[in-house]
Design a protein around this ligand. Structure first.
Ligand SMILES: NC(=O)c1ccc[n+]([C@@H]2O[C@H](COP(=O)([O-])OP(=O)(O)OC[C@H]3O[C@@H](n4cnc5c(N)ncnc54)[C@H](O)[C@@H]3O)[C@@H](O)[C@H]2O)c1
Length: 93
């Protein structure tokens, strides 16, 4: 963001149990930063973000990332890590 002051950076995050707002303390007041509370499991959330901002590139890091949790309950892993990526790709296309 420091090196590309003309680019807007939009963070899209559902803030699940791993999301931590404190990680964003340094950037939240930055003029070219925006935050969208959205869920990759909801196509409407993604398309709303795409229509609100002129998105030119996507860096996809959102995930159910705790492998141990997938053993106890796999549903969110399928919904976010597989279907969520498909939702994102289809909307981007
Ligand atoms: N941390 C590492 O060292 C590392 C190394 C290699 C690869 N990765 C990969 O990078 C990705 C991110 O890892 P991390 O360590 O930052 O994970 P993390 O669990 O800390 O962060 C994941 C983020 O995704 C968000 N999220 C989860 N489900 C969502 C949904 N349905 N919609 C929108 N947002 C959602 C969470 O709120 C959280 O902010 C994962 O795919 C992981 O496998 C991480």
């Amino acid at each position: 963001m420091r090196h590309h002051p003309d680019d807007l950076v939009v963070k899209f995050d559902a803030f699940t149990y791993t999301g931590n707002l404190e990680n964003l303390e340094d950037v939240k007041v930055h003029p070219n930063y925006r935050f969208v509370h959205g869920d990759l499991q909801k196509t409407m959330d993604i398309s709303k973000a795409f229509s609100e901002y002129n998105v030119e590139a996507v860096i996809h890091l959102a995930a159910e990332s705790h492998a141990d949790r997938s053993i106890h309950d796999h549903a969110d892993f399928i919904e976010t890590n597989i279907k969520g990526i498909l939702n994102l790709l289809e909307t981007a296309r």
